[in-house]
Design a protein around this ligand. Structure first.
Ligand code: GLN
Length: 488
């Protein structure tokens, strides 16, 4: 029995039966990291001797389950860098609320995972520490920005991990690595202690080996937090309880604009198109769901809207990194201004600079109305599209990403090409709705099994519907087993 290869729920059962203990799981993970992380570089830091845990009842839902954390979520007294030079040496002064919740639920925080710098990216190549590689094929990217979190879960060097998702950063890497990732509804999970990227879009969520673990973890993470005024004061359903409920009669919408080739979204690969539009639909219908086309007419504007709003908010959020309070400071500037300039010039990578410049431009006087304000209006239209669609159907079905994992370097020289890998994920952030990615196919490329992911989206705060349909699909297709995520 290899404990690092277990899911959280399998581990809980083993602990209850006294077949193993949390320290043995940590030890097993340590061995897995030593054997495999040099290949993927999923971790920025993994150190079982620094693992955080609290003395809580063994009945706590995640008792003894090690969880890896993306390097933009604060763990008190640990370094946090967002994979950027500019934060080198900065120590988190407190725990993020999600960390408090995990510790209270008995989880063990065991390491910090690699990411695109400040979560800007879809490939995990913009990290100051160097890229993470996809465990399914190390010549390919794991996706981003939570690439380290998805890679370590897929590689069994973590049991589960936390990611953050502003435009797809949980779902797209989950898809490319062949694991499960959910972006909760905006407001479902507290962002207190998450380093802000775009505050009107950011959410924290789990990346796991199967749907059950995603339900288990979100149940722990979700809920109102007085420290985050955007967190919603709504009850959190018992998510694991919906697993196994039949989906007979469930109405599933397929947005026409996401799959038709003539809509400007033509980058979809034939393998993805077939796995989602044909194979997945057939499975869902066999399970008694009814699938029909719906329209989200403003889909074609989502990417341009997102790439105005997200960089605008990022440019404002990143203004605080100037060498005074956080991390890296250029020494030797002649005056304060030069210290700021050199610190930011040397501290930020190329993509961070691109976003700051783009965002500053679209927020500047004279351009604000033409860009930012206009983008906010289009965002409302995109949100209205979802409201209309959810009058007709319970959930929406789309691909997560237009292609399987691409090669390292393949898109890193062309920012627009990179931005287009998010076309299916960013709308959920703009509309604030919850969305999950789960494996739905495998594309063989040069003998390597590259996972294909499908995305379900639901009405705000209806994550339960996502778990219900995703679990039914998973149990019926078994991709979680075919990909080796879950072993008996
Ligand atoms: N890839 C998208 C971007 O670069 C989304 C990133 C994210 O969700 N953090 O902005």
């Amino acid at each position: 029995m290899i404990l690092s290869e277990k899911t959280a729920s399998q581990l809980s059962a083993l602990y209850k039966e006294k077949k193993c203990a949390p320290d043995e799981t940590l030890k097993s993970l340590g061995e897995a990291v030593r054997a495999k992380d040099a290949r993927t570089r999923a971790y920025i830091q993994f150190d079982p001797s620094r693992a955080r845990r609290r003395d809580v009842s063994k009945d706590a839902p995640l008792w003894g389950v090690p969880i890896a954390v993306k390097d933009n979520i604060c763990v008190a007294d640990e370094e946090i860098t967002c994979a950027s030079k500019i934060l080198q040496g900065f120590i988190s002064p407190y725990h993020a609320t999600v960390i408090e919740k995990l510790l209270a639920a008995g989880a063990v925080i065991c390491g910090r995972t690699n990411m695109d710098e400040f979560a800007f990216g879809s490939s995990c190549e913009t990290s100051f520490y160097g890229p993470t590689r996809n465990p399914r094929d190390p010549g390919r990217v794991p996706g981003g920005s939570s690439g380290g979190s998805a890679a370590c879960v897929a590689d069994h060097t973590a049991i589960a991990a936390l990611g953050s998702d502003t435009g797809g950063s949980i779902r797209q890497p989950a898809s490319l690595c062949g694991v499960v990732g959910i972006k909760p509804t905006y407001g479902r999970v507290s962002r207190y202690g998450l380093v802000a990227f775009a505050s009107s879009l950011d959410q924290i969520g789990p990346i796991t080996k199967d749907v059950r673990d995603a339900a288990l973890l979100l149940g722990v993470l979700a809920g109102h937090d007085p420290k985050d005024s955007t967190s919603a004061n709504l009850p959190v359903p018992d998510y694991p309880e919906v697993l196994g409920r039949p989906i007979k009669g469930m109405k599933i919408g397929i947005p026409r604009e996401y799959l038709s080739s003539g809509s400007g979204q033509s980058g979809i690969s034939p393998a993805v198109q077939k796995a989602v539009r044909e194979d997945a639909v057939r499975v869902l219908e066999r399970l008694g769901a009814s699938c029909r086309e719906v329209s989200l007419p403003h889909t074609a504007y989502a990417a341009s809207t997102y790439y105005i709003i997200a960089p605008s908010e990022a440019s404002s959020n990143l203004a605080r990194f100037d060498g005074v309070r956080f991390g890296f400071r250029h020494r030797g500037g002649k005056n304060l201004l030069e210290m700021y300039e050199k610190t930011r010039g040397e501290g930020f990578g190329a993509e961070a600079k691109r976003r700051i410049i783009l965002g500053t431009y679209s927020l500047s006087s004279g351009y604000y109305d033409a860009y930012y304000l206009r983008a906010m209006k289009v965002r409302t239209k995109i949100k209205n599209d979802f409201d209309e669609a959810f009058k007709q159907v319970d959930v929406l079905l789309t691909p997560t990403s237009p292609s399987t994992a691409f090669k390292l370097g393949e898109k890193s020289t062309d920012p627009v090409e990179m931005y287009l890998s998010d076309i299916y994920t960013i709308s959920a952030n703009l509309a604030g709705v919850p969305a999950i990615s789960i494996p739905c196919g495998i594309e063989e490329r040069a003998g390597k099994p590259l996972p294909i992911g499908l995305q379900f989206m639901a009405k705000p705060f209806d994550e339960a519907a996502l778990f219900q349909v995703a679990h039914a699909f998973e149990q019926h297709t078994d991709f979680h087993k075919k990909l080796g995520n879950v072993k008996e």
